[in-house]
Design a protein around this ligand. Structure first.
Ligand SMILES: NC(=O)c1ccc[n+]([C@@H]2O[C@H](COP(=O)([O-])OP(=O)(O)OC[C@H]3O[C@@H](n4cnc5c(N)ncnc54)[C@H](OP(=O)(O)O)[C@@H]3O)[C@@H](O)[C@H]2O)c1
Length: 286
């Protein structure tokens, strides 16, 4: 018997296995391409020859395959009795998809958890993962120590997909920022500025801005005393300027074109002179 099984040893699965083993856990792994699982085997890591064997080897199994449908199908096809077992899936799910996976696990007698990982594999591997968990609280509590050995762990609620939906609320701004940083670096380099200069400039500016920005977007505006920091029309012009400049530099302007459309919609709806944060009405309905 091992402490935890991991199904899928791709980039994230192998990082989870290494973190768990480094923290002193006994781990069982299964992977479709057996060589990738075998490469992880060692004093603390054993290789299972089937999904069913991995599911029975430990009280907790983490499924880290490409997507939720594949994870659910692998568990369903294993036809394994999951009495007293917990299955946690790392794949993004909507509430309906989470329910479907949970039903498969429940039908086999087990309990299901959504396991959102808000970190890259390298961070997980070094024990600095960030995990958000939802599902039956008792199932989480039973394996809390295991998750905490791999990094920072937060339990949200038992609502289906809550880990993913709350994680998405926090991270939906991350990808546009990451792509924007890649574009920004290209622009800086084209100006003869070094990556170190770029990194320093971003680190000087963003931490300051993020706090003010959060204050601004979470503030409840007082309709009787409108406070316009930057109007929608200022943003219409700004988005158009950046979009045009990106195009001229041979960079994709799609993100700024989308922002421009959004601000134009708010302006055409009569909000041109209102604070730019009123665009939330259009973000919510479009
Ligand atoms: N990478 C990240 O930064 C990151 C961050 C957070 C969460 N996650 C989550 O972690 C999970 C795994 O992502 P990853 O980055 O590790 O992906 P990956 O490196 O592409 O690994 C995919 C895994 O799925 C397996 N797989 C694919 N098709 C299969 C099939 N038909 N039958 C059985 N196994 C199959 C692969 O097995 P083979 O080795 O045989 O191909 C491999 O183990 C995903 O749910 C992802 O959302 C990833």
């Amino acid at each position: 018997m091992s402490d935890v099984s991991v199904i899928g040893t791709g980039a994230m699965g192998s990082a989870l296995v290494e973190a768990l083993a480094a923290a002193g856990g006994a781990v069982t792994v299964w992977n479709r391409t057996t060589d990738r699982a075998a490469a992880l085997s060692g004093p603390r890591v054993g290789v299972a020859t089937s999904v069913a064997e991995a599911l029975t080897a430990s009280p907790l199994t983490i499924v880290a395959v490409s997507d939720h449908e594949l994870g659910r199908t692998l568990v369903e096809q294993a036809r394994q009795d999951l009495d007293a077992k917990v299955v946690a899936s790392t794949s993004f799910v909507t509430p309906d998809q989470s329910e479907a996976f949970a039903n498969v696990v429940r039908a086999a007698g087990g309990r299901y958890l959504d396991l959102e990982i808000a970190a890259f594999p390298g961070q997980v591997r070094s024990g600095h993962g960030v995990f958000v968990v939802s599902g039956q609280r008792t199932a989480y509590e039973a394996h809390r120590a295991c998750f905490e050995r791999m990094g920072r762990t937060t339990y949200v609620t038992d609502a289906p997909a809550a880990a993913y939906i709350s994680g998405m609320a926090v991270q939906v701004a991350f990808l546009p920022m990451a792509v924007g940083l890649l574009q920004g670096l290209r622009i800086a380099e084209a100006q003869g500025l070094s990556p170190d200069w770029f990194k320093k400039a971003v680190l000087e500016l963003y931490p300051f801005h993020i706090e003010r920005l959060l204050d601004r977007v979470t503030a409840r505006p007082d309709a009787s005393a409108p406070d316009v920091e930057a109007s929608v029309d200022v943003m219409v012009a700004g988005a158009a300027e950046y979009g045009g400049a990106l195009r001229e530099m041979g960079l994709d302007a799609g993100m700024y074109d989308a922002l421009h459309r959004l601000f134009v919609a708010a302006s055409e709806a009569g909000h041109g002179e209102d604070d730019w944060t009123c665009v939330v009405e259009h973000v919510a309905t479009r």
